[in-house]
Design a protein around this ligand. Sequence first.
Ligand SMILES: [Zn+2]
Length: 469
Amino acid sequence: MRKFILALFLFVSFVLFADAPKYVFLFIGDGMAVTQRHAAEEFSKKIGRGPLLINSFPCKGLTATRSANRLVTDSAAAATAIACGEKTKNYTVGRNAEGKDVYSSAVAAKEAGKKVGIISTVTITHATPAAFYAHRAARGEGYGIAIDLVHSGFDFFAGGGLDGKYKDSKAKEFKKYGHAYKYAESKGYKIVRTKKDFLALKPSDGRILTRMTDGPLPYTIDIGEENPYPTLAELVAKGIEMLDNSNGFFMMAEGGRIDWAGHANDAATNVRETLAFDDAVKVALEFYEKHPKETLIVVTGDHETGGLTMGVANTGYSIDMGMLRYQTMSAGAFTKRLSSFYKKNPSLTIEDVKPLVEKAFGIVFDGLKDNLISLTDKERTDFLKAFESDMKFLKAKKEENRQYDGPKRYILGTTLSKILERRAGVAWSTGGHTAQSVLTTAIGCEAQLFNAPMDNTDIAKKIKSFYGK
Ligand SMILES: [Zn+2]
């Protein structure tokens, strides 16, 4: 009887939703609005990589981002809107403004018999992925979100770990993450610890939760020759392999650190993250090309981060995004190097850091070197001031920069990246989010639904409609 009901259900859904895509990819660039896409594209062209795939999709629409209580949304409210189709207050995950649980397109897909995968380059309990499976009053309830993750029963969770490592919130909470992994295991999840094991996964391995790191994956710009973690593109490729089945799948993949580079006001790191995101969409496009009639790819952002602008005063309207190529590590990684130099040699002088500055930013402090950036007098003064300020904090043993908004203790890295940004012709207005609209682009089956101006809640509504919700 059960089988008969299931068969009937499948038949009815086939008749009702004959046009609905069997395979749905939803890509979310956190903190990626129009300017981030444009800046990354201009940078990409300068380094010979060509235009961005995500900007070339035939269907597009500006998408409003405000939350229920703020014109400037946070990622939790934005993700709840994109995932579940309802506005909520900032910092709320998977609940509407009245505090009622709301359900995502991923849940709808699961109920319709699809396999479901959730991928992120930041922690998998972070606000954006969480909105697809969790229901919590506050995005900071990391442990509760981890438990909700296990209860979702989704098939594939990959990328960063469970632990947000926000040391400034309740430290005790984080000890519990070990239990959350054990709990996941007891409920049938296979916990994957290494990149090697991850790349060797087979569909017969069942439900997956990765623990290759407890925190986020590294910034793309900071990855050396040997990447100990999979890239976002590799996560998506494996996701496709694991989720592909005759009923179809829903996959959400987040480029989570575009946002973090925005908060850090680090343009070179920001554009590299967006390119890595574009590479991941390319993997989905290859799948689409094999199943063009049954596949939909939607690419959006949840909000803008940093108030990134292209065009600064007194540069004669000239922009050269190629200047950002001189930067070879994130400003945050630079600060970490500086601090490790200091630990080895507490009487560090400016002479000692000049080679690192050349390597990290292509900047020569004095004189000229071929193909490197020389400084104006004012820039040299700013450099010295920032160096002295960082030394003061290193001597006082102050901890590393905070990931998010708030005062930045270490300023030399940012001072140097700003020198490149000034020459590139880009600037930032805030260390937080802004109210700008984002761009949604789409290709494939039913992509025309996304060829219109939208509210962020519309994305969820359209995707849910494929699953009869
Ligand atoms: Zn953010």
